[in-house]
Design a protein around this ligand. Structure first.
Ligand code: SF4
Length: 228
């Protein structure tokens, strides 16, 4: 496996997709390279493109505040990145081919940082990584974030927790704000061992099914059925 520095250096000079044309700089990611928690957002915006750091605008400030409410801090044990590392023009949505082109960098970040918990912020990151959970559902691009937010999915050994992008809360979506609060608390609880990881919960669910006990909410096959 290439070193993290090599991966970052490669990304900083990347021209694999058309987003290279309009960027000020590549926004690779920031944080603890051995973090237990990774946030994956959508794409750099205006401020991120200028600063070279993800989540530094109003959405980032809200994320920091909500993290602080549950004892999390980007200053410690957290790594933050996006599905694409270059700002789309006029903040348009990243296109599927751009996300696919940038995918190896996110895969490399996950492999190197090796977080126990991954929180996807918004539809693009959520749909991308849920595709890994299922091995690729028929059309992962249609999964609404609201239908999977707050559930734990087993992303290999990691726990994937989808939730809304903070920008949705800033646009006045009260549900998005309350989901973010709930889901960041869930992430903190999984990290602290107060709540089972997704893999542990899946094991619990299988045992419960075998004994005809109720399946714990938000675990196991019930989650995967959401993606069918
Ligand atoms: S978005 Fe990703 S793949 Fe496209 S140019 Fe930037 S770093 Fe390369």
């Amino acid at each position: 496996m290439r070193s993290f520095e090599h991966l970052r250096d490669e990304a900083l000079g990347c021209t694999r997709c058309r987003l290279a044309e309009g960027r000020t700089q590549v926004v690779f990611g920031v944080g603890d390279p051995a973090a237990d928690l990774m946030f994956v957002g959508e794409a750099p915006g205006f401020h991120e493109d200028r600063r070279g750091e993800p989540f530094v605008g109003r959405a980032g400030q809200l994320l920091d505040r909500l993290c602080g409410e549950v004892g999390l801090s980007r200053a410690s044990g957290v790594y933050i990145t996006n599905t694409v590392k270059c700002r789309p023009p006029d903040n348009r949505d990243p296109q599927p081919d751009e996300i696919a082109s940038c995918r190896p960098y996110l895969a490399g970040q996950l492999a190197h940082v090796d977080p126990g918990v991954v929180v996807t912020l918004g539809a693009f990151a959520t749909r991308l990584l849920l595709g890994d959970v299922t091995g690729g559902p028929a059309d992962p691009w249609r999964v609404p974030v609201g239908s999977v937010a707050g559930y734990r999915f087993a992303l290999g050994p990691r726990t994937l927790i989808p939730t809304f992008h903070p920008a949705a809360a800033l646009r006045g979506n009260a549900d998005a704000l309350s989901c973010l609060r709930r889901d960041l608390r869930l992430a903190a609880d999984v990290l602290a061992g107060r709540v089972p990881t997704a893999a542990e919960a899946l094991g619990l669910a299988e045992a419960a099914e075998a004994t005809a006990e109720p399946v714990p909410a938000r675990t196991g096959a019930e989650q995967l059925r959401l993606l069918e």
